[in-house]
Design a protein. Structure first.
Length: 354
């Protein structure tokens, strides 16, 4: 049993904790919070032992009536792997503490790639061994790596060009923006997303540009890939449909954007309405000669969650990548498919373990 701690019980941390708890070979030892807010209460209500992320704030939890099991140092002494889900940049400050306790660490995509022994994506990065730390790449990089890896394997990628329309903030981030604007973010082209993809797929030539919009639901990618070979649109659809962490939205489903996607996810029973898969509009997949075009959405709160689980196994077990992905998908129910897809599901529906 792999003993796991989650340092930071926020948007990503709470989802990682639930995903780890669902794995038959893992145990959530505890989670941390910096202050006794509603998230700290929610962690206790969900049955997780709560630890103070900052030692001198321990008393604040007791004063608020929230009992804690100890501080971050106590949690680190009790785990095999710590998953750092702190805000971007804080992971770098936390690294010396993790190293002092001799604990393997997983960082999120907001950290610099040089912070960890390697960047990780379950579909795109090679098998990794003898690592003490990994960085699970960002939600956008995760989505692009999942898409480009099978295209590179099947047809070769000469050049990828992606325009990202990014959400202004997560639903709970009331201080984010813009409110009534669409802004280049960053204003430089190419954006940082392409180089981040190259930490996973170093041989793929990719340029990216990004805009930030006043929405909270998901990111949208407009993708144009020039392939080495010339497939048909139908062949690309079937290639992508076979990928468990890609969901091809059927034409005629009535799913026309992030709002209906989230509504669909909630209606089919996804916790928090989460979408762990890339969501690709099937009718947008068009091959013209060697040029491929498509639109996809990625759920920034959720798509990196199964990747964190697979990264844990990479650091703390001898499971192969394929075996880990299969186990993660089965435990969570990853592999969303629609009964409207070509007269029925193209693969067996995956039900989450009880």
């Amino acid at each position: 049993m792999i003993r796991v701690g989650v340092n930071g019980y926020g948007t990503i941390g709470k989802r990682v904790a639930d995903a780890v708890a669902a794995q038959p070979d893992m145990k959530v030892v505890g989670v941390t919070k910096t202050s006794p807010d509603y998230g700290a209460e929610a962690a206790i209500q969900r049955g997780y032992d709560l630890y103070a992320a900052i030692d001198d704030r321990s008393g604040a939890f007791e004063d608020a009536g929230l009992g804690i099991a100890g501080t971050l140092g106590d949690l680190l002494d009790a785990v095999d792997v710590i998953v750092d889900c702190a805000p971007a940049g804080v992971g770098e400050r936390n690294r010396p503490t993790y190293e002092a306790h001799g604990v393997s660490a997983i960082y999120q995509g907001g950290e610099d790639a040089a912070l960890a022994d390697g960047s990780f994506n379950a579909r795109g990065s090679p098998e990794i061994s003898d690592a003490d730390s990994l960085r699970v790449v960002s939600c956008n990089t995760t989505g692009l790596s999942r898409l480009l890896a099978p295209l590179e394997e099947a047809y070769g990628v000469e050049k990828a060009r992606v325009t990202l329309v990014r959400r202004g903030g997560d639903p709970s981030e009331t201080d984010r923006g813009p409110i009534n604007d669409v802004v280049p973010d960053p204003k430089t082209v190419p954006s940082h997303h392409g180089p981040d993809v190259n930490t996973i797929l170093p041989d793929v030539d990719i340029d990216t540009a990004a805009l930030k919009a006043p929405v909270t639901g998901m990111h949208t990618h407009s993708v144009n890939v020039t392939l080495d070979e010339q497939p048909t649109s139908a062949e690309v659809r079937e290639l992508l449909r076979a990928e468990a962490r890609l969901f091809l939205i059927p034409e005629g489903s009535g799913i026309d954007g992030a709002g209906t996607l989230k509504d669909y996810a909630a209606d089919v029973g996804r916790p928090r309405g989460d979408l762990w898969e890339n969501c690709i509009w099937e009718e947008s997949i068009r091959a013209e000669g060697r040029d491929l075009y498509l639109f996809q959405n990625v759920h920034q709160e959720a798509d990196v969650v199964p990747e964190n689980v697979d990264a844990i196994r990479t650091l703390a077990s001898d499971a192969s990548r394929e075996a880990s992905v299969t186990r993660t998908n089965e435990a969570l129910g990853v592999g969303l498919d629609s009964l409207l897809s070509g007269g029925g599901p193209s693969r067996d529906q995956v039900a989450a373990d009880d």
